[in-house]
Design a protein around this ligand. Structure first.
Ligand SMILES: Nc1ncnc2c1ncn2[C@@H]1O[C@H](COP(=O)(O)OP(=O)(O)OP(=O)(O)O)[C@@H](O)[C@H]1O
Ligand SMILES: [Mg+2]
Length: 240
């Protein structure tokens, strides 16, 4: 997986079984967001070898919109501002059926206090925490089959974190596909509100170890990421 001549991911082997949500930890610059960009098909990165499989299908050659139509949904670490496009308009395009179900839409807007953002340009002038919320609200309307969240908890104050956790849980309640997703986090603060089945640690473009999310985060806090390097020697078995 490369950006121009630079190899960033160096052989990532990651499987997320049906009906599971996994967390991804790792130091700054280790390749977490690039991995997500590869899964979504962002064109600045080239998959030089390997397969990305979703719903049993190789999606390497699909465009971003085809991947989204197939059921992938992402909240980016740094979502862009889109001037001239109102949040309401994007929801109308992404989830027209939700806009028809007026009561459901109203209920969710009120529950998550989103009404004031609907007629503003996407992320324009929103605070860091408000941007995260706005992204999640779009995903809540779209209800992807596989939810990818890149640091949904960064820049969110402790009170709003609970609110963000509730939104994520609501997005994950998908009666058709079950709960499926990948959540990148540094602080693991969000893991107090959402359950993830397993965690992986990425170091220098590779998944180095895997295990119980809460226990692994405790180890990382106490011993740093060097703890994961020793784990790598365990023949691919979970560390914890
Ligand atoms: N287009 C690019 N060209 C060159 N290098 C890139 C490009 N995109 C990403 N990188 C580099 O790839 C590495 C991994 O970046 P990435 O954004 O995936 O890190 P991350 O694990 O998400 O870190 P953080 O926790 O800080 O968000 C970084 O060193 C970054 O500078
Ligand atoms: Mg990142």
């Amino acid at each position: 997986m490369a950006a121009g001549d630079k190899e960033i991911l160096k052989g990532v082997n990651l499987t997320i079984p049906d009906n599971e949500v996994h967390s991804l930890f790792g130091p700054n610059g280790s390749g977490k967001s690039v991995l997500i960009s590869a899964i979504m098909g962002y064109p600045e990165y080239e998959v030089t070898s390997g397969e990305i499989l979703f719903k049993g299908k190789n999606i390497n050659k699909l465009s971003i919109d085809e991947r989204v139509r197939l059921g992938l949904g992402i909240s980016e670490q740094r979502p862009p501002t889109i001037k001239g496009v109102k949040l309401r308009r994007l929801i109308e395009i992404l989830a027209p059926e939700k806009m028809r179900e007026k009561t459901l839409e109203k209920e969710l807007q009120q529950k998550f206090d989103m009404e004031k953002f609907l007629d503003r340009d996407i992320n324009d002038g929103l605070s860091g925490g408000e941007i995260k919320k706005s992204e999640l609200f779009l995903l809540l309307m779209k209800k992807p089959d596989f939810l990818i969240l890149d640091e949904p908890d960064s820049g969110v104050d402790p009170e709003h974190l609970k609110n963000i956790g509730e939104m994520i849980n609501e997005i994950l309640q998908n009666k058709d596909s079950g709960k499926n997703g990948l959540v990148v986090t540094h602080s693991a603060a969000i893991l107090d509100y959402i359950h993830t089945d397993k965690a992986h640690v990425m170091l220098d473009g590779k998944i180095h170890c895997s295990g119980n999310p809460v226990v692994m985060m405790e180890q990382i806090r106490k011993n740093g990421y060097k703890y994961c390097i020793t784990c790598q020697n365990r023949n691919g078995r979970d560390c914890i």
